[in-house]
Design a protein around this ligand. Structure first.
Ligand SMILES: Nc1ncnc2c1ncn2[C@@H]1O[C@H](COP(=O)(O)OP(=O)(O)O)[C@@H](O)[C@H]1O
Ligand SMILES: [Mg+2]
Length: 279
């Protein structure tokens, strides 16, 4: 590990105490793990996110919905600094992970991305064996103690173990699309992150594979914070605890319990979007 990576020493042993000092012993305590304040993002002259304020709770599923182009992917990419790779992107405002400024000078994006993993729309396994895909992040960190066991645990948590046990040497590229996506989830969780960002992870999958991913997301929220972008409102309603509605112009219009958003949103624009009047 480089010296720089050592600077990312965000304390995660926080289950029992909130920032206000209150004891929260319930596993699904609503401690905030990701928080933005007045977060705006532009690509050149074009604004993609407009003054977004959000507090995403730990160990719950937060869905981000909204019409195409409203900044959903942009928001996710800010959270694990993937927008660093986009020259035209400028980011203003504040974004905090467990209280630490994600854009602070001392944050190493590579170390950050181990704490905040990402899964994309199209499964992107490496052209390596199933085992090597899951072991990848551990080997890169030179963290190979009990590696077989940790690979197995990650595959079990990703609900893939039963389908691949005994053939871990097989190429990941020979798996079905749905299996590849669960492998990418196993790869993300093998390094034991806090947050898993998912950008439309099931939209390229058939209904059966989609339903496996949805079941899995529900289980993952027992251990991890899941933030999922989906254009599928039924999916958001089924799997999430909280829903954030972004609308045209990159504005976060409403963020609340999923039941409230879908049954009785405060904003007419949100109601129109949910009921299919536009978008
Ligand atoms: N790399 C980029 N360069 C320039 N513009 C971009 C880039 N990525 C996204 N945009 C623009 O930013 C806006 C928000 O995009 P995006 O975050 O991908 O929306 P969503 O995921 O909600 O569909 C869109 O207008 C899109 O065209
Ligand atoms: Mg997108």
């Amino acid at each position: 590990m480089s010296d720089q990576e050592n600077t990312l020493t965000i304390d995660t042993a926080v289950e029992s105490t909130d920032s206000d000092g209150a004891n929260r012993t319930a596993p699904n305590s609503s401690r905030t793990i990701l928080e933005s304040r007045d977060l705006s993002v532009s690509y050149g002259q074009d604004r993609a996110l407009q003054s977004v304020d959000i507090r995403i709770p730990s160990r719950q599923v937060t869905a981000i919905i909204g019409p195409s182009g409203c900044g959903k992917s942009t928001f996710l990419r800010c959270v694990n600094r993937m927008n660093d790779l986009v020259d035209a992107a400028t980011i203003e405002g504040e974004l905090r992970f467990d209280g630490t400024d994600i854009y602070g000078d001392d944050i190493d994006p590579v170390a950050l991305r181990r704490r905040i993993g990402m899964v994309f729309q199209h499964p992107n396994p490496f052209p390596k064996s199933i085992y090597d895909n899951v072991a990848y992040g551990l080997r890169v960190q030179d963290d190979t103690e009990n590696i077989d066991e940790r690979v197995e645990t990650a595959l079990k948590r990703a609900a893939l173990w039963d389908e691949v046990a005994g053939q871990l040497d097989k190429s990941a590229l020979d798996l079905s699309g749905g299996q590849q996506q669960r492998l990418c989830i196993a790869r993300a969780i093998a390094v034991d992150p806090d947050v898993i960002l998912m950008d439309e992870p099931a939209s390229a999958l058939d209904p059966i594979a989609t339903s496996k991913i949805e079941d899995l997301i529900d289980e993952l929220a027992e251990e991890y914070t899941v933030v999922i972008v989906t254009h599928n409102m039924q999916q958001a309603a089924r799997i999430s605890d909280k829903t954030a509605v972004f609308l045209t112009g990159g504005e976060l219009v409403e963020f609340d319990d999923t039941g409230k958003i879908f049954e009785n949103p405060d904003h007419d624009r949100v109601e129109d979007y949910i009921t299919g009047k536009f978008g």
